[in-house]
Design a protein around this ligand. Sequence first.
Ligand SMILES: Cc1cc2nc3c(=O)[nH]c(=O)nc-3n(C[C@H](O)[C@H](O)[C@H](O)COP(=O)(O)OP(=O)(O)OC[C@H]3O[C@@H](n4cnc5c(N)ncnc54)[C@H](O)[C@@H]3O)c2cc1C
Length: 451
Amino acid sequence: MSHWYHQIGLPTPSGSLQEDIDADVCIVGGGLTGLWTAYYLARADPSLRIVVLEAEFVGFGASGRNGGWLSAELAGSRSNYAAGHGGVEGANRLARELSASVDEVIAMCGEEGIDADIVKGGVVFAATSAAQLARMEDELAAHAQNPDSSVRRLDAAEVQARVQVVGARGGTFDPQCARVQPAKLVQGLASVVRNLGVSIYEQSRVVSLRAGSASTGEGSVRAPIVLRCLEGYTSSIPGERRTWLPMNSAMIATQPLGASVWEEIGWQGRELLGDFSNAYFYAQRTADDRIAIGGRGIPYRFGSRTDVDGQTQEWTIQSLRAVLHRTFPAVSSAEIEHAWCGVLAVPRDWCASVSLDRATGLGWAGGYVGSGLTATNLAGRTLRDLVIGHDTDLTSLPWTNRKVKRWEPEPLRWLGVRGMYGLYREADRREAAGLNAPSRLARFADAISGR
Ligand SMILES: Cc1cc2nc3c(=O)[nH]c(=O)nc-3n(C[C@H](O)[C@H](O)[C@H](O)COP(=O)(O)OP(=O)(O)OC[C@H]3O[C@@H](n4cnc5c(N)ncnc54)[C@H](O)[C@@H]3O)c2cc1C
């Protein structure tokens, strides 16, 4: 189980769907995409009958297990969005909306009384090798093209003044990012949504989803609008196996660390922390003074299978522990108290989308890759406008109604992802051993994966 649920306790699921009912909107999946959509729809039109169907309990998936980076990072490359409707200005607008969504989530939590340990301390990325520095320069050059970017360069001393990352040669800082306790956020939002009159059925796994209805086998919801909000679990729905690839991400959390360790590490600003390696890590200092750190682990299971209740392999735990100890030798004697994993969704072009087919009433949102915590909020507001039928600034964003090609059949998916992460790890090994420029293996991996 994740540290996040160890901290607050697993919720007791509410009743499951046992009959056939009618609704105006049926949302399949009780993660942040489904819940934000329900929230904004219920606020916009309290007369709507909204039903959420969730296979386990709300917040069971990535929304309750993630790294707690409420960041302005956009999934995929800007050029892919710019190639769609709206062009470069459309892609810039999407990035601006996403950035504003960080503040929207913080404001909503304040207004609705959701305490999710939020601290808006920004995000630091540290570069620890010549190759990572070169990759950082590329990213800074890309940010320089974007007039709205709030990302700035840090020299080695500035990184160390924030967080004492061993071997940091430089880094970047973006103030537009906040630390969150994910399970508190998603559980808090679920109770707000329930109080707004939305019916949430848990332990209600949808086995068939089509225009006008979603069925669990024991009951069904008939609704003119049916929204698929399943992210990494999308492939379990008949007909959707190759739509998005379920990618695994894993985390570990230390025991609470004492004052002497924090004196050595710093990290007083509660910034989120990442690096510029190819198989990158993401970390946060939790509200109860642990380090929670995540990375890719075993990235993909053959046939788009997903994990069982977040259990993760020993190999993954050991490799995350090695990253933690390399980055912060001061914690090498600390216990690793929790380890878990979850799935996120990767579209074939690595870019997210929000869609509603007005003819069938079928819609979806997702494919956020590893950056969904903020994007789910923007997606929820976009789905609200699409469902209500308002043409707004959100419905014209370039991620709306994007067509994305499907993944290849097996064994190509498995071989491709395995090959890609094998190349990333080898590239990181060569870069750490002293390569002066980013390894070409990583570029090759990007090329074969369509990233
Ligand atoms: C370990 C990890 C770390 C991450 N860290 C970050 C981060 O720091 N920052 C960030 O921005 N993003 C992060 N992400 C990604 C982010 O968590 C997701 O993009 C986001 O939570 C997706 O929300 P969602 O509601 O679309 O999907 P989910 O939260 O996965 O919700 C889908 C829900 O559907 C339910 N379900 C599945 N099948 C069915 C069915 N047949 N019928 C009904 N319900 C079903 C599931 O139980 C689940 O509750 C991370 C992801 C993981 C796994």
